[in-house]
Each structure stands twice: as C-alpha cells, then as structure tokens.
Design a protein around this ligand. Sequence first.
Ligand code: ZN
Length: 134
Amino acid sequence: MKISKIEHLGIAVQKIEDVLPYFEGVLGLKCYKTEVVEDQKVKTAFLQVGEVKIELLEPTSPDSTVQKFLDNGGRGVHHVAFKVEDGVSEALAFCDEKGIRLIDKAPRNGADKLHIAFLHPKSTCGILTELCEE
Ligand code: ZN
C-alpha cells in the first residue's frame, strides 16, 4: 500500500454553523463546500489547509455513526483519511491480508468526489482510518 498524504481530517461536530466562526473567523480558513452524504447520515463542510482538507461532520440523524461518536463522549478528530496511490480496493485487500478489521469490504462513494473505505479503529491503534482516492 502506498500512502501519499493525509487527504483530510474528519472532525465531528454537533452543528457545523456553530463551529464555523472558529474555523473561519479565528483560524482564517474558508469553507469552500458543504455536502450531505445520505448513506453516512452526515452533512459535511470542507476547508482547505495547504495540501490537507478539514472535513467537518455533522450528524443528520440520531442513528448516524457521528451522532453515536458524539453521544459516547467523542469530540474533535473523528477520523484520519489517507490518500492511497495504488487504489482503495488494492489497499483493502492488502489490509485484509494483514488481518486488519475492515468496516468497508469494498470502496464506496464519499464526500467531495472520493472513493473511500474505512478500517476499524480496533485494528488501527484506536484511530478510525479512512482510505481514499479521487
Ligand atoms: Zn472523511
């Protein structure tokens, strides 16, 4: 598996509009896009920081995994997304071979035109890990 960079950091928030004054007004970043991802039950907002993006995640339903994360006391960084150069399918097969627990057995469509798949935090030092490609 070849990882070229951190593509984005996913940050769980209860309400995107409540945190934008910090990200935009204090950090001086610019939200360039918001997008609802129906199958993940989240609204996302993207801000660019150099080569890396910040993906704010707001749950759109009580049974969203992001809502569960927040309800369980989770705050802030929710996942780290790595860009893989050799394809998400190949990376998943490699991780599977290494005994890593997969949340997604196959790539699916994520926000911001990415193909994504998640690895289970139980296998990744507690860090929910997303693999992605454009
Ligand atoms: Zn993500």
